[in-house]
Design a protein around this ligand. Structure first.
Ligand SMILES: [Zn+2]
Length: 83
């Protein structure tokens, strides 16, 4: 059973306009997942305070979609999926 620990909301902002929302889902034992637009992404790396999330099918389907977050904002995204 997948037990949720917490869900954080990440906001996609273009200047002052909110363009969308993503969620960071943390399970009790698992690693955090970012959920955006029907796809899940996992935390690949964090540097310069920026976290890179890559599509959870990255290895299986070679999907190159990725989202970069900083604090609680999406700062960059490539959400073109190949699946
Ligand atoms: Zn994908």
């Amino acid at each position: 059973m997948f037990r949720l620990c917490s869900i954080d909301v990440i906001v996609l902002i273009d200047r002052e306009n909110i363009l969308g929302y993503a969620q960071i889902i943390r399970s009790m034992q698992g690693k955090p997942l970012l959920y955006y637009d029907g796809y899940t992404f996992y935390n690949k790396s964090t540097n310069n305070f920026r976290t890179r999330w890559i599509c959870s099918t990255h290895h299986r389907k070679k999907c190159r979609a990725a989202i970069y977050t900083m604090d609680s904002r999406i700062v960059k995204k490539n959400t073109v999926h190949n699946h």
